[in-house]
Write a protein that binds this ligand. Structure first.
Ligand code: 13P
Length: 341
């Protein structure tokens, strides 16, 4: 398929049947933390070699786009080819993390631990430059927390407004915006609190996107699935129950013009993320289909086992690459409800 030149063609390319996105845009600090946990040093060269392993693996049959952190947009593989060239050669479009990370919201009693996302001030110039460097899409992550008194109205409205503005700027610069209002897995909440928070957040985001006259057909949504918090002590819901609640909330809140919902893995294990995506797609087809593609934009769920192999023995590049391709294939199958477990 040709990715086309318009943002709506590119958005459709990114979420076409059987494909999803590799989120490999961990900031330098986050990447270094993940490397350190496995005993690897956080040097520029280690980060580059780890990325090369992925971008030169055989992932193009299931991965339509890879989100990069700034430094990788200009990095090269060991044959001096830019990463963007290796990716495009496999049909994988390069994307860019366009936000500048999280910052505490300064005022309001309930907002002490809540955040908004930095980066709007310089976003237009940055997006123009990213587009020149070969990026075709971008990502902006807002993070919201569930607790007794959060997410607050202030955090919801501030983050939604920023996502709306970001989306419009990206589209004006020729980049497809991935709009990511992530509700974090941390906490004791159950499914009901997770659904309620997601509905409030998604309604506010689409209102902000409409206020900015963003083109809903030229964007992708990246939400979390509706799952209980990581500290939830009640019974674990089945993949079917997660699929039912996730689809109910998405049908209620996400306009049909949006071409794709690209779930993040958000702290689920690799198997949970794949099983739940598969269940969502099986249920959607039992219900007669959904207006949008339901696929993945996973970070940890596509990377954890790969890093595990490589960190134990850096000469095992081929084995780590096979794992990267296998995880991509499993999620590609789950994105059309054909994962065989
Ligand atoms: P995870 O799939 O590891 O949650 O990462 C996705 C992502 O891009 C978070 O911003």
């Amino acid at each position: 398929m040709d990715p086309g030149s318009s943002i709506s063609q590119t958005a459709k390319y990114l979420c076409r049947a059987g494909y999803g996105i590799l989120a490999s845009d961990e900031s330098t600090a986050t990447m270094n933390k993940r490397l350190a946990k496995t005993g690897l040093d956080g040097s520029l060269e280690t980060r580059r070699a780890y990325r090369e392993l992925f971008y030169c693996a055989d992932i193009g049959k299931y991965i339509s786009g890879a989100i990069l952190f700034k430094e990788m947009l200009v990095q090269k593989d060991s044959t001096s080819q830019p990463f963007t060239t290796c990716l495009v050669a496999q049909g994988v479009l390069p994307g860019i993390k366009a936000d500048e990370g999280l910052e505490a919201i300064a005022s309001g009693a309930k907002s002490k631990e809540e955040t908004h996302t930095k980066g709007l001030d310089s976003l237009k110039e940055a997006c123009q430059e990213y587009r020149r460097q070969g990026a075709r899409f971008a990502k902006w992550r807002a993070a919201l927390k569930i607790s007794a008194d959060t997410p607050s109205e202030l955090a919801i409205s501030m983050n939604a407004a920023e996502l709306g503005k970001y989306a419009r700027i990206c589209q004006d610069c020729g980049l497809v915006p991935i709009v990511e209002p992530e509700i974090l897995i941390d906490g004791e909440h159950g499914m009901r609190e997770s659904s309620e928070a997601a509905e409030r957040v998604l309604v506010a985001c689409f209102q902000a996107l409409r206020e900015q006259a963003a083109d809903l057909g030229g964007m992708l949504l990246k939400p979390q699935m509706i799952i209980p918090g990581s500290e939830f002590t009640g019974p674990k819901p089945s993949s079917r129950a997660i699929a039912e609640e996730t689809l109910r909330v998405m049908r209620k809140c996400v306009p049909p013009e949006v071409p794709g919902i690209m779930f993040l893995s958000g702290g689920q294990t690799e198997v949970e993320a794949t099983a739940n995506l598969d269940a969502i797609n099986r249920l959607a087809s039992e219900q007669g289909g959904a207006p949008w593609a339901l696929t993945f934009s996973y970070g940890r769920a596509l990377q954890s086992s790969v890093l595990d192999i490589w960190s134990k023995d850096r000469s095992k590049v081929a084995e780590a690459q096979q794992m990267a391709a296998a995880l991509a294939a499993a999620n590609g199958a789950a994105s059309v409800g054909q994962w065989d477990g």
